[in-house]
Design a protein around this ligand. Sequence first.
Ligand SMILES: [Zn+2]
Length: 382
Amino acid sequence: MIADLRTLVAIPTGHRHEPGLEETRSILIGRLTALGATPHRVSGDRAPDWLREGAVSAAPQRPPPFIVCRKERANARVRVLLCGHADTVHDPAGDFRELSIAPGGKTATGPGCVDMKGGLLVALAALRAIEEQDLPVSWTFAIVSDEETGSFHCDRALREEAARGYDAALVFEPALPDGGLVVERMGSGQFIIECGGKAAHVGRDFVHGVSAVHALAQTIDRAMRFADPARGLIVNIGPLEGGSATNVVPDSARAWGNVRVGSEAAYQSIREALAGMATVGGLPSTRVQLVFNRPPKPLTPAVQALADLARGVSEDLGRPLPFGRTGGVCDGNNIQASGVPTLDTLGVRGGGLHTTDEWIELDSLVERAQMTAVLLARLANR
Ligand SMILES: [Zn+2]
């Protein structure tokens, strides 16, 4: 597994580096077809044009494909969807490019080693164990190539796959620092506020200008007041831009933002509040667009049962499995919103996610693979 990790980590897949993503997808498809799965390639969608680099790092571009590899068994007693992402946040041209194992061999650093190339190998090892034992599990492995930028390209295909009907989904995001499992997540949406005004020379014609920057500042102030973190409603705004020179009344300004919500009700309330700031006719004008790309992932009874099953497996393997909650989001949000109870932190332990200190506890590769394999076996016997 360490040799495979060295290979995957050395292939750059950050910043939508398509050659590296394609090479990684090919390696994964090769391993999965060797286990008897049939690969399918689905075209990705375009992201909304107003999303851009610096706002959510999801600029319009040629969308990467979504890949599924399906292994059906006639005698299957359970159908499981496994999901992982091939992309990282790391600069393909940066200095942080390979796996380096620390003295003593317990940990290693490398781009994507924990988020989530280690997790991909955990899933592959568990599936290999299932196949060697010929357990009655039908499984599908889904490969997303743009998770770190919100899965705007692969999400529709992933949700359609989840809607084909699975008993459970397993996603291989990194474990919590204590090795724990996230059992509940907030949802997340992206929005843009665009204000329009009328340009005028500041010295000659100021009174005929209408400042879009002033309108945007007032609108931002209103939007921030919608936040109510204690009730599970977070609003963050930035970056923003407006105007062209200090001696011209600015006729355009815009700001990007992110909402996080603990419930569908909180989403509906912020959606209506933001939409209600839009103006109809006249200057200054205000326009708001919102895309809710990550629904909340509540702790449902089915998720609780799945998490308890995983905890039992972990404890039988001699390791406790604490449960946790987070405002962070992942593809698990979207899979569960398609009706499949989902555990989404079955990947490896480590830290420094999204930094050039990203590190992995190497022992966790085997530990998490054991846990996943036994969990799959118990799902088949449940
Ligand atoms: Zn991740």
